[in-house]
Ligand binder design. Sequence first.
Ligand SMILES: [Zn+2]
Length: 213
Amino acid sequence: MSAFLCFAQAPICRPMASQEIETLAAALARLPGLGPRSARRAVLWLVKRRESALPALLEALATVGEALVECDTCGNVDTTNPCGICADPRRDHKALCVVEDVADLWALDRAKLFTGKYHVLGGKLSALDGVRPEDLNIASLMARVEEGGVDEIVLAMNATLEGQTTAHYLAERLEEHPVRITQLAHGLPVGGELDYLDEGTLAQALRARRPVG
Ligand SMILES: [Zn+2]
């Protein structure tokens, strides 16, 4: 009877791996996009490559921990303050692209299509989560616009209800300033087939239709 009990309880009273590995897996599982399963797979991957991949990862993590700072001007994360984008004289300082998060800035900048500068809001307005305008980097955006020299503001919010609410709010706040306010177009993704798109995307694409040629 007691042996049966011990067998039945084994997965609970005895962890699958050592405490150190469990701790690492738990820490990795907190990363966005990584659940407990992927975290365990990442740990196993690291264990198998502890001589080739682990030292580089540890060094990169230490560098990140020591050197990364938030740019006081735009909210980007970089190893310098002001960040590389703000300090780059080749960038068009007349165009400002406003994004919700640093990840959006990085995604847009990877595309190398926008040559202006950025402003990171640090989130989006949300009645549900209690995020108000004063919780976002809106005052610093207004200050940059009021400083002058900005001709165009691109509102690059996500195509979500909250993202669009934020864009509308910003457009209203910016109305009194002599700047051109533009917004990313929403619609058909490149390579997207109509049949596979959700109704919201289709409706947006139809609303944003334009003359041919
Ligand atoms: Zn910056």
